[in-house]
Design a protein around this ligand. Sequence first.
Ligand code: DGJ
Length: 381
Amino acid sequence: MKLNKSLIFTICCCFIFIKCKIIEEKQTKNSSFKSGKKWLDTNGDHINAHGGGIMFRDGVYYWFGEHKTEGRGGNTTLIGVRCYSSTDLYNWKNEGIALQVVENPDSEITKGAVIERPKVVFNKKNRKYVMWFHLELKDQGYNAARTGVAVSDFPTGPFKFLKSYRPNAGNWPINFKEEWKTETENTPVKWWTPEWYTYVKKGGFVRRDFESGQMSRDMTVFVDDNEKAYHIHSSEDNLTLHISELTDDYLDFTNKWITLAPAGNNEAPAIFKDKDTYFMITSGCTGWDPNAARSFKAKSIWGPWESLGNPSIGKDAELTFHSQSTYILPVEGKKNAFIFMADRWVPRNPIDGTYVWLPIKINNGKPILKWYDKWDLNFFN
Ligand code: DGJ
């Protein structure tokens, strides 16, 4: 009997010890970036903010991203856009759902729609937080190709959905030649032929969608030094990027826009400005599979944009280290310090997707990405 009691006591102690160890392990503070590994938030759960972007406000970074769920259907939006906050970029507190999908089948953001790549910016004039995102309507695959906008008085939300649409209806891009506007040529039946390339470059797809508005899929939003904001998205069946100016309240398009890299098949645009140069990093179009990133630079947001090729170097450079760009984060208080943020998608169980964060170096006017198993912000010192 005595032996049994002490045995039970020992087992209990072991159990408590193991439990404490597990909790301790889950709550360990992060002090570096370890790309591609599970990234635990301050509750010990893997961060669920895919295709994300970051907004900095009053000393706090807010990370917004797609809340993915388990299983093959986990890429449709069943919950919404999740928000995390951090003051050091390593340790993130779950702030809950910033934009929630609704149970109403008549809503454009009904549960089961697809909300991707949310980006939040702060508007200094009206002191509102504005979220733009790629929206696909429920049960329509990727055919709707819309951009959606929501607004909040607080950084962590709740965000109120305002509208979604295909932008720039009835407006030509400012880099569109006069004679292209009246072309009547039909779309060449065969894609990727020399005639077809010429057709895309001379704005065939822009003309096709002129009345109804231009398609808008993978996107980001960028606020310039003068507080002007721009919406950058893949359009024309993901063939061409469009850069559009937003209105002063950031809630609409001014209809001033350009096309970039026609027929270049760029997705996942991410942009940053270093001194007086704009740099953009994008991916090719291979669904959830990684491919080689591309990079561009320009002295004006309206171009001309110069293509700089693949920014990645070293092992797995051709696959962007098995990831796809989502955002480029300027580190507050540091000069020339930019973090390339990317996703390692896991389509068979999207919630398991991990994050690749790498420092960007500018070498001879070109952004360079190199793999580090582990790095921290001292890299920029
Ligand atoms: C690649 C895009 O970059 C993702 O955001 C997502 O839309 C997938 N394609 C869907 O296949």
